[in-house]
Design a protein around this ligand. Structure first.
Ligand SMILES: Nc1ncnc2c1ncn2[C@@H]1O[C@H](COP(=O)(O)OP(=O)(O)OP(=O)(O)O)[C@@H](O)[C@H]1O
Length: 279
């Protein structure tokens, strides 16, 4: 579980990137983080990965306050996380297999464990047949699947992805988010920053919108009871759910959809067309 308590981040040059952020992401959630360029999205992720520290407040991972954690302890926190980057960050002179195996070697996995695990993970992302290829011989979508395999190989409890589809063909972006969804369904928490409103519209996930360092929308702002009832409605498991709860759930779902709607329309703008969209 990830929790932000009154978190603010000011960079050394005086830029306040985040202001008084409060939120919880429960284990197993899938969250899109959206917002215009400079809103504070990457800073938000960097506070989770301990790349940056907050000036105020606390960031908790599974109940552990990591805001002032000692440098030597950071690798232990990061082992809970699989990181996926916009620019893939693969090692070009290593094969796909070795790129993924390398992530296991650095945490001290045995050769036997590596030999067993890497082919399994490559199978999971549909790349077992490309194990001997080099990243430079692959498409952007395939490279990002290698990036996902590397992020997953040490069995993290969460995937932190900063614009993972930013450098790939829009059609292939869906494949990547499909894969992230499948991974999420197996219990891994997913946090994904994106500028692609079509993805956010297509995949019905929790959406957190950051604007000028503050959370201005969060579609999870419905009660647990309403979420459970909404789920029951969606799966027709209505036996134990009373009619009033169902009605409230439907209302909550409609409100959540309405809240999510701006992301599918002109109000949610990618940074490259900000001027156009705002003008
Ligand atoms: N290392 C840094 N030093 C100083 N200011 C920074 C630093 N990193 C980010 N900022 C500033 O903090 C604010 C938030 O930046 P951040 O990178 O978190 O935004 P973002 O929403 O991820 O933007 P983008 O979508 O363009 O990646 C911006 O004003 C940015 O210029």
């Amino acid at each position: 579980m990830i929790e932000f308590r009154n978190v603010s981040k000011v960079y050394n040059n005086g830029t306040e990137a985040l202001h008084n952020i409060n939120l919880k992401v429960e284990k197993g959630e899938f969250v899109f983080i959206v917002g215009s360029s400079g809103a504070g999205k990457s800073t938000f992720l960097k506070l989770i990965t301990c790349e940056e520290r907050p000036n105020e407040g606390q960031v908790l991972i599974d109940g552990q306050d990591i805001s002032h954690i000692r440098k030597g302890k950071i690798p232990y926190v990061r082992r809970k996380m699989g990181l996926v980057f916009q620019d893939f960050r693969l090692i070009d002179h290593m094969t796909v297999y070795d790129n993924v195996a390398f992530a296991m070697r650095v945490v001290g996995a045995s050769p036997k464990a590596i030999k067993k695990r890497v082919p399994y993970i490559l199978g999971l992302v549909g790349l077992q047949h490309k194990a001997k290829h080099y990243p430079t011989e692959m498409s952007g979508g395939e490279r990002q699947r290698v990036g996902l395999a590397r992020a997953l190989v040490n069995n993290p409890s969460m995937i932190i992805a900063d614009e993972p589809t930013g450098n790939i063909d829009p059609a292939l972006s869906y494949e990547i988010v499909d894969l992230l969804s499948a991974i999420n369904e197996r219990g891994t928490t997913v946090l994904m920053v994106t500028h692609e409103h079509s993805l956010v519209k297509h995949f019905h996930k929790r959406i957190i919108q950051i604007h000028s360092g503050e959370i201005v929308a969060d579609t999870a702002a419905i009660s647990k009871e309403q979420q459970a009832a909404a789920q029951a409605v969606a799966t027709q498991e209505t036996v134990a759910v009373d009619r009033e709860a169902i009605r409230r759930a439907k209302e909550a779902r409609a409100k959540a959809d309405a809240d999510a709607q701006p992301y599918a329309t002109k109000e949610f703008t990618a940074p490259q067309n900000n001027d156009q969209a705002n003008g």
